[in-house]
Design a protein around this ligand. Structure first.
Ligand SMILES: Nc1ncnc2c1ncn2[C@@H]1O[C@H](COP(=O)(O)OP(=O)(O)OP(=O)(O)O)[C@@H](O)[C@H]1O
Ligand SMILES: [Mg+2]
Length: 233
């Protein structure tokens, strides 16, 4: 496969179960080292770098299985997310909270609807609230992320929760951030994405604006015609 993500745009990455969407994220973010091919971010070749180095370069990722610390409180999770990872590599950096921008942290609590549960342990939160916490954390990373990779951020959320969690995407659009989003909810994908890349069995079979993707015969055959987004996580 080969595709480019345009800076400042929201790009959707869709395709049937097992087509390689999460593996693509794993290769971009250093969880897997690709056997062949290169991953480029801005003017840099990031192939083979470790996940923490890639995060420092400005790529934030959310996980299909939510990646939050369940035994910590919501606020503690956000403090961790907001810590400057360049200095957190030293023990002094981990011990110090000086690097955390408290204002940004507090504002994230409000914007993602987490104010009322700020001091609750994450394990007591609903699935939807945990997803919101993960997204909130991405927005306050230090150094700030420029590219957000979101792996099924809306899976298992109610319609009301989905409406709320569009916050991140709206902020991204307003703030010139770049988003690559994997999602089976076609209503959301078709409404938020500028462009869509379609994967089938590890290859990108189509790429274009939502209207063109919806009627592309190869995409309908490989994915959309098979009841895509019909409620499976
Ligand atoms: N570590 C691994 N070793 C071998 N095969 C793997 C590994 N991880 C994933 N796969 C396989 O690679 C293929 C792509 O998986 P991937 O998780 O990327 O799919 P996906 O497009 O994210 O699907 P879904 O929509 O269900 O999340 C699948 O056939 C999967 O079983
Ligand atoms: Mg996946």
């Amino acid at each position: 496969m080969s595709f480019a993500v345009e800076a400042g745009a929201i790009t959707g990455l869709i395709g049937p179960n097992g087509s390689g969407k999460t593996v693509t994220f794993d290769c971009i973010t250093g969880f897997y080292v690709p056997d062949a091919g290169r991953v480029r971010f801005r003017d840099r070749d990031i192939t083979g770098l470790s996940p923490d180095r890639i995060a420092i370069h400005g790529i934030a990722r959310s996980f299909q299985i939510t990646g939050v610390f369940r035994r910590l409180s919501v606020r503690q999770n956000l403090v961790f997310a907001a810590q400057d990872k360049r200095i957190a590599r030293s023990l002094a950096g981990i011990a110090s909270r000086a690097a955390v921008d408290a204002g940004r942290l507090e504002s994230a609590l409000d914007r993602f609807g987490l104010r009322g549960v700020a001091d609750e342990p994450v394990a007591s939160l609903s699935h939807g609230q945990q997803k919101m916490l993960e997204l909130a954390g991405l927005t306050i990373m230090q150094p700030r992320a420029q590219l957000f990779l979101l792996d099924e951020p809306f899976a298992g959320l109610t319609a009301a929760e989905i409406a709320d969690s569009l916050t991140l995407l709206e902020e991204a659009r307003g703030g010139g951030l770049t988003v690559l989003i994997v999602e089976h909810n076609m209503r959301v994908i078709m409404s938020v994405c500028d462009r869509i890349v379609v994967l089938d069995r590890g290859e990108n079979i189509a790429e274009g604006v939502p209207a063109a993707i919806q009627t592309d015969p190869r995409v309908v055959e490989a994915y959309l015609g098979r009841g895509a987004g019909a409620g499976r996580p």
